[in-house]
Design a protein around this ligand. Structure first.
Ligand SMILES: O=C1O[C@H](COP(=O)(O)O)[C@@H](O)[C@H](O)[C@H]1O
Length: 256
């Protein structure tokens, strides 16, 4: 039985240092993935996460044409809606870097009326990207970038929700998200936990209590604490000192 990975926590004095180190971490992950498989598969989150990726824009060594981007979760709204995680990533990152449009995997907004169909279609999109190449039970993303809400949710996996025990599907939907908008699709825990690397990013005083709860008392079973990559997967937290002030778990010095 595979032993779940323990988290490594890097805490930075400010978000600028965090963003710069996160960029270096991502570039190293990209280099290793491209060297091995000729592509870099990434799932990104919405909320405060895309802004922390902006240090990548001015870095050398980013092979944007090798990036294949999916969403850890997406709000089911039109892709140009203010609540769309895709729009956020588009405005913050893609509009400034040359990722080929066909490598950016959005939900099919024409299926918005039927969440099950929309989630199935997004799952098929993953199958097309991964299954033929890796023939795995679950896709193995090179990197999944996650945020965490003040209630401990990650992607669109919310505390106490039945989706926490979804063990089969790759993509699931939710119609009753406690955080608006209510209709969303999300990668499931088995997909997140099969990634080669999972990096959480959490900053600011609004995350103090929840970071302590997730990292120091994982037995509470908050959604973000259930992220434990199996096998040789890495689990890394990029946080700032403001958010990690109450975290007792030992922090590591950032080095590549
Ligand atoms: O609704 C969402 O919230 C989480 C956390 O957002 P943050 O603004 O507190 O960082 C985010 O990771 C997720 O992608 C998003 O849909």
């Amino acid at each position: 039985m595979a032993v779940p990975t323990r988290p490594v926590v890097y805490s930075f004095s400010d978000t600028s240092n965090l963003s710069d180190s996160l960029a270096e971490y991502i570039i190293k992950a990209q280099r290793e993935s491209v060297d091995k498989r000729g592509r870099f598969t990434v799932a990104i989150s919405g909320g405060s996460l895309p802004k922390t990726l902006t240090a990548l824009i001015s870095k050398s060594g980013v092979k944007w044409d090798k990036w294949h981007v999916f969403y850890a979760d997406e709000r089911v709204v039109p892709l140009d809606h203010e609540d769309s995680n895709h729009k956020l990533a588009q405005d913050t990152l893609y509009s400034k870097v040359p990722i080929p449009r066909e490598n950016i995997h959005t939900i099919d907004e024409s299926l918005q009326d039927d969440l099950e169909e929309l989630a199935d279609a997004y799952e098929k999109e993953l199958v097309r990207e991964f299954a033929q190449k890796d023939s795995a039970r679950f896709p193995v993303f090179d990197l999944i970038l996650l945020g965490v809400g003040p209630d401990g949710h990650t992607a669109s996996l919310f505390p106490g929700h039945e989706l926490l025990s979804e063990n089969d599907r790759w993509v699931a939907y939710i119609e009753d998200s406690p955080k608006p908008p209510p209709r969303r699709v999300t990668l499931t825990f088995p997909v997140i936990n099969h990634a080669a690397r999972v990096a959480f990013v959490a900053t600011g005083v609004g995350k103090v209590q929840i970071l302590h709860d997730i990292l120091d008392t994982p037995e509470l079973g908050l959604p973000a604490a259930r992220v434990r990559p199996v096998a040789s997967g890495q689990l890394v937290w990029f946080v700032d000192d403001a958010a990690s002030v109450e975290v007792k778990l030992a922090k590591s010095e950032f080095k590549l």
